[in-house]
Design a protein around this ligand. Structure first.
Ligand code: GLA
Length: 409
C-alpha cells in the first residue's frame, strides 16, 4: 500500500487543488492587469491527519522524501527544497494570525513539473486548504490565494503574480476566469461545449525562464517609474495607454517600449477575449490568441523556438480556432482551442509535425475546465483518479532522495 493510501486508510482527509493554463493575458498579472486562466483537471492531492503537537510531518510520494517542521520555530527560512512550498504556506498562514495544528501530510501530484501548468500553486493551495481545515479554520478563497502568493513571493522567493493561486482557489468547472488583478474582481465566461481545450507540451524548459521572468518584472517597474514621473495616477503599467506610450515613451529604451506595448495591448486583448467567449465568437477569440502569441514572441520576447514551432503547426491544422504559448514562457506548453470533432486529427498532426521539426515527442493533453481546490471525497469508481498512473513529481528539486529532517532556525 502506498503511504498516501495508508494515511487515507487511517482516516486522513483528502484535498486537491488544480493546475492551470492561461487562455490569454500573459505577464499582465504583476502589472495589475487582466488575465483569463482556466483550471485544469490535473491536481495535486494532499492527505492530512491531525497531530497532537505542532509539528508538520510532510511526505512526498513522488520524491519518496520526508521532512519535519516545527511550527514554533522562530525564524523559518526556505532551503531550496520542494517542501518550501508547504512550509511557506504554513509560515505565511501563521504570520497572518491563523494558528495551525500539527499534521501528517502526504502529497502527490498529477500536474507535470516545469511545464508551466502551475504545479507550485497547486501544492500551495492544496496544502493551505488542508492545513486550514485541519486546524478548524475557514479561510476565504481570495484570502487563501493572496496568502499562497505571498508565501511564494516572500518565503520561496519567486516573484510571481496572483494568477496561478487565484484560479486554483476560485476556478469553476466549465468556465474560464477573467480576473482583474488589481481589484481581484472576476467573471466566469463559460467555455462553449463544441470546443475542446488542448495543451501541447513542448517538453522543454530553458534555463533562462526564471532569470528572464525577473528581468521582465524589473523592466516593467522601470517603465512604470518613467510614466509615473510624467503622468499622475500611474501605479502600474495597467494605468498606461498606448497613446501615453506614443506620446511620452520616446525616451524609453527600445526594449522597454516593446515590453510596455505587449502589456498594454495584452490587457486590451483579455477584455476583448472575455466578450468574444461570452458571445460565442471563437473565431475572434482565436485571432486574439494568435496576436497574443506574436506579442509575447516579438515584444515581450519570452517565447522560444519550440513554442513557436508548436503554435505554427497548430495554426495550420483544420478546426483550430487559436493557439498560443501559455505561462511564463521559454518552454512549457501551448494552449489550443480546437473544434470538438477535430481533436483526434489535431493530436496526430501536432505529434507528427513537432517530432519531425524538433526530434522531441510532445505530450498532448485534452482537458476539461475544472473547479477550484476542494476537499476530495472519493466514490468507489473514482479511486483511480487519486491513485492514478499519470503521476509526476511535485516540484523541481536538485536534492537527493534521502529523507531530510527539517529544523528551521
Ligand atoms: C508565471 C507566474 C504568473 C504569471 C505568468 C505569466 O506563471 O507564476 O503569475 O506572471 O507566469 O503570465
Amino acid at each position: 500500500m502506498s503511504t498516501f493510501e495508508s494515511l487515507r486508510s487511517q482516516g486522513a482527509q483528502i484535498y486537491r487543488a488544480p493546475g492551470r493554463v492561461n487562455l490569454i493575458g500573459e505577464h499582465t498579472d504583476y502589472n495589475d492587469g487582466f488575465v483569463m486562466p482556466v483550471a485544469i483537471d490535473l491536481y495535486t492531492y494532499v492527505a492530512i491527519k491531525p497531530r497532537e503537537d505542532r509539528t508538520l510531518c510532510i511526505h512526498s510520494e513522488s520524491f519518496s522524501e520526508n521532512c519535519e517542521f516545527d511550527l514554533d520555530e522562530s525564524a523559518p527560512r526556505a532551503r531550496g527544497h520542494w517542501s518550501d512550498y508547504v512550509l511557506g504556506v504554513a509560515v505565511t498562514l501563521e504570520q497572518a494570525g491563523y494558528r495551525l495544528r500539527g499534521a501528517d501530510l502526504e502529497i502527490k501530484s498529477d500536474v507535470p513539473i516545469g511545464a508551466g501548468l502551475s504545479s507550485s500553486a497547486a501544492i500551495e493551495v492544496a496544502t493551505g486548504l488542508a492545513m486550514g481545515d485541519n486546524s478548524g479554520i475557514e479561510i476565504d478563497r481570495v484570502e487563501l490565494a493572496k496568502l499562497c502568493r505571498q508565501a511564494e513571493n516572500e518565503f520561496v522567493g519567486v516573484r510571481c503574480g496572483i494568477m496561478d493561486q487565484f484560479i486554483s482557489c476560485c476556478g469553476k468547472a466549465g468556465t474560464a476566469l477573467m480576473l482583474d488583478c488589481r481589484s481581484l474582481e472576476y467573471r466566469l465566461p463559460p467555455i462553449p461545449s463544441h470546443v475542446r481545450l488542448v495543451i501541447c507540451n513542448t517538453m522543454v524548459k530553458h534555463e533562462l525562464a526564471a532569470s528572464q521572468y525577473n528581468t521582465r518584472r524589473s523592466e516593467c517597474e522601470a517603465a512604470v517609474r518613467h510614466f509615473a514621473d510624467r503622468l499622475s495616477g500611474v501605479r502600474a503599467l495597467r494605468d498606461v495607454t498606448l497613446d501615453d506610450l506614443a506620446s511620452l515613451g520616446s525616451e524609453l529604451p527600445c526594449a522597454l517600449k516593446r515590453r510596455c506595448r505587449h502589456v498594454i495591448s495584452e490587457n486590451g486583448r483579455v477584455a476583448e477575449a472575455a466578450n468574444a467567449i461570452e458571445v460565442g465568437d471563437l473565431g475572434a477569440l482565436g485571432r486574439l490568441m494568435a496576436e497574443s502569441h506574436r506579442s509575447l514572441r516579438d515584444d515581450y520576447q519570452v517565447s522560444c523556438e519550440e513554442l513557436d514551432v508548436m503554435v505554427e503547426l497548430a495554426s495550420q491544422v483544420e478546426g483550430v480556432y487559436g493557439s498560443r504559448m501559455t505561462g511564463g514562457g521559454f518552454g512549457g506548453c501551448t494552449i489550443n482551442l480546437v473544434k470538438a470533432d477535430r481533436v483526434a486529427p489535431f493530436k496526430e498532426s501536432i505529434t507528427r509535425g513537432y517530432q519531425q521539426a524538433t526530434g522531441i515527442l510532445p505530450q498532448v493533453i485534452v482537458f476539461s475546465a475544472a473547479g477550484a481546490a476542494a476537499r476530495h471525497i472519493e466514490s468507489a469508481n473514482s479511486q483511480s483518479e487519486v491513485g492514478g498512473t499519470n503521476e509526476t513529481s511535485i516540484c523541481d528539486s536538485n536534492h537527493g532522495r534521502d529523507s531530510v529532517r527539517y529544523r528551521h532556525r
